[in-house]
Design a protein. Sequence first.
Length: 252
Amino acid sequence: MLHKYAAQLYTVRDALEKDYNGVLKALREQGWQAVQVSGTRGYTPEQIAGFLREHQLKTAGMHISIAELTNDMTDVIRQATLYGTRDIIVPYLPREYQNALGYQMFKSHMNMLAKPLHAAGFRLSYHNHDFEFATTINGVSALEYLLEPSADNAILAEIDVYWVKKGGADPLAFIAPYRNRMPIIHLKDMAADGSFGAVGTGSIDFVPILRWGEANGIEWYAVEQDICPGDPLDALNTSLTNLRAMTPQVHG
């Protein structure tokens, strides 16, 4: 499963703006075999696709805003095609929709967008934070409402285990309903003070999560650290080193 670990490029967003190609080179040298794209950071999708090919990095999905997906789906599909991924993920719900009516509108809109994407061979997922746990709809959290694992809901899950824990839920228990409905999962750890940490340095037990993922359809484990106390590249390297050490336990 070592080939399934991907670095989420939001982690190194500032460095990408200065030298996108150099950052991808450094990640490949660390041993990453895939990345998850998050914004073009001043480069064109064609340039980024070229950098990915140069360093033989696969793409574990791309994050795109709901506004961009709504306003220019054709270009979003073009970008995903350039990167060689079929996974399009909306990473955030605008604040004005973070209420019961807003979530209902958003769910309906995402399902509408999913139809032409599916027809073109793509999958649409939603990435959570902790704010979705602050709203209840039909007796469940807004996140569970959005990701309802039913045949008529086309929104797939991209669960971020840190934000689930931050929202007060147990990550392993929370992901259980999304068997074969979560092609990508987000991994980041929680430090003792509640801040972001590299995988394997905090309070989240990742081995059971990885074990569940291998049995239930996870295709990519995307590592993200929103804020790093030091060099973000060092944080990603620590995460990858620790994940490699955990891997034998997953299959043990």
